[in-house]
Design a protein around this ligand. Structure first.
Ligand code: URA
Length: 243
């Protein structure tokens, strides 16, 4: 059956659909020996030989979805140019499948991170229009004020790719204020994924982030996983995220 080249590449697990489109535009994909740079090109994987950087791209049948409770000090990438620890090392025991992270967590952020070999899933879940909620526990220096919480709720101006961006309304609640330790803990739920968004939001109200943990993606929580542990997502969870 014919399908669009970028969709096939994503379903084969080499990359997300967006990344696959980049590979096509960059001339990295060959179909039957010919470099294809046209995004809409249709292929028939039963008959056509599709190659990425000289290697044949075979269909990957078993789709795997893993939820990791990421520790700090691990980078959300497949291979790190500075040889730092990567999240992929933590899910090695899944076996012989090429997992890719769904979105990213900063090196110093812990918590819920999904990894999969399903490029369509990555495309869907990371697309801003699907507005999947992500919930974070943030530990801040000092005693948070109600006005600051209100500002975080309404939206604050952050810097995003050299431009000013006003964050969308967020759910924010105070979990704890420890005057002795001089820290406050908030739960912040957002449905956007701008780079370092939660840290930048807190900085925008003048607070320094001491620790950041993603507790939930949608309603999928990592509270039953020890830090560094992973589990498979069940079908219901996958379906819920694909809605
Ligand atoms: N916001 C951040 O600042 N960092 C993350 O890792 C995720 C959300």
């Amino acid at each position: 059956m014919e399908e669009r080249l970028q969709k096939y590449l994503a379903s084969s697990g080499i990359a997300s659909r967006r990344k696959a489109e980049e590979y096509i535009l960059d001339g990295k994909i060959k179909v039957n020996g010919i470099v294809i740079t046209e995004l809409g090109t249709k292929v028939n994987p039963e008959q056509d030989k599709i190659e990425f950087e000289g290697k044949e791209v075979k269909k990957q049948e078993r789709k795997v979805y893993v939820l990791l409770n990421k520790p700090i000090d691990y980078v959300t990438t497949v291979k790190d140019q500075f040889n730092r620890n990567t999240v992929i090392e933590l899910v090695k025991s899944v076996g012989d499948v090429k997992l890719l992270p769904v979105g990213r967590l900063d090196m110093y952020t812990s918590g819920a991170l999904i990894l999969t070999n399903d490029g369509d899933f990555i495309y869907h879940v990371t697309h801003p229009k699907h507005e999947i909620e992500k919930t974070y526990t943030v530990t801040l220096r000092g005693k948070i004020q109600n006005e600051e919480v209100e500002k975080l709720r309404k939206g604050v101006t952050i810097n995003e790719e050299e431009e000013e961006y006003i964050t969308k309304p967020a759910k924010v609640r105070i979990l704890k204020i420890d005057e002795e330790k001089n820290i406050s803990r908030l739960e912040i739920t957002i449905h956007e994924g701008k780079n370092r968004q939660v840290r930048k939001m807190c900085e925008a109200v003048g607070r320094k982030v001491i620790a950041l943990h993603r507790s939930k993606i949608g309603n999928i929580t990592v509270k039953d996983l020890k830090i560094g542990q992973w589990r498979y997502l069940n079908t219901k969870e996958v379906e819920m995220l694909m809605k």
